[in-house]
Design a protein around this ligand. Structure first.
Ligand code: 13P
Length: 256
């Protein structure tokens, strides 16, 4: 049985004080059943410490984890504006989103960068949440399954099956991100199932059975049930709905 994951990607929203308010609202709504879900909050890097402090004060940090939205693969050095993995760990982060389509599209992140980051995170015993997903153009071309599985394969290049098992994949079709246009459960399942099948082929059935695959793209309380019910969808990576405590709590509870 794979433990479901509900991860909030706050993107470039909320200053540290606003992040504290949201973290406190979530912490106040916590209930013991959340232990059956891996709940992860990924605020802007500069807010992680404040969010972690709220969770730690309320003794939630074992259940509600915090993560980065990006990292550099080097531990330190002359990389102006970048954040290293040891820096993320020093403020309590255990997870990190890697290769989000916004990083790839706006900041030129390549499959090779993603692969280096995944390896560096695993070496530091952090959980990479590796994003993949096609644009509308690729979807309309009909080659989207090949496109997605190639992204995943490139992200995991050179890894051992035991390492792949520790990662999480997030399938986020770009046309569904922030658009209100969600993939149907069938569309999302087709992609997530294909990702699992390609992992089975490359790293073995055991690895494919163990790895969590999330769906992301306009997931919200109104559509979560159908998506989560799908065999190969183990949770969600949430943008907009993760910024509202009520909505995010409903998404976490939909995994129970
Ligand atoms: P939305 O939930 O706002 O569509 O964003 C999804 C996403 O990109 C999460 O990483």
């Amino acid at each position: 049985m794979r433990k479901p994951m509900m991860a909030g990607n706050w993107k470039m929203n909320n200053n540290w004080a606003e992040s504290v308010v949201l973290a406190q609202q979530l912490s106040n709504r916590y209930d013991e059943r959340w232990e059956d879900v891996e709940v992860v909050l990924c605020p802007p890097a500069i807010d992680i410490k404040a969010v972690y402090s709220v969770l730690e004060f309320d003794r939630r940090e074992e259940v509600v984890k915090v993560g980065g939205q990006n990292c550099h693969w080097e531990a330190s050095g002359a990389f102006t504006g970048e954040i290293s993995i040891p820096m993320l760990q020093a403020v309590g982060a255990t997870h990190c989103i890697i290769g989000h389509s916004e990083r790839r599209g706006y900041f030129g992140e390549t499959d090779m960068d993603v692969n280096k980051k995944v390896k560096a995170l695993l070496a530091a015993h952090m959980t990479p949440i590796v994003c993949c997903g096609e644009s509308l153009g690729v979807r309309d071309s009909g080659d989207y399954i090949e496109f997605i599985t190639k992204q995943v394969s490139a992200a995991f290049a050179g890894l051992e099956p035991a390492e792949v098992k520790k990662c999480v994949v997030a399938y986020e079709p770009i046309w569904a991100i922030g658009t209100g246009r969600t993939a149907t459960p069938e569309q999302a399942e087709e992609a997530c199932g294909a990702i699992r099948a390609s992992i089975a082929e490359e790293f073995g059935a055991d690895t494919a059975d163990a790895i969590r695959i999330l769906y992301g793209g306009s997931m919200k309380p109104a559509n979560v049930e159908g998506l989560i019910a799908m065999e190969d969808i183990d949770g969600g990576l949430i943008g907009g709905a993760a910024l509202k405590a009520d909505d995010f709590v409903k998404l976490v509870e939909a995994c129970l």
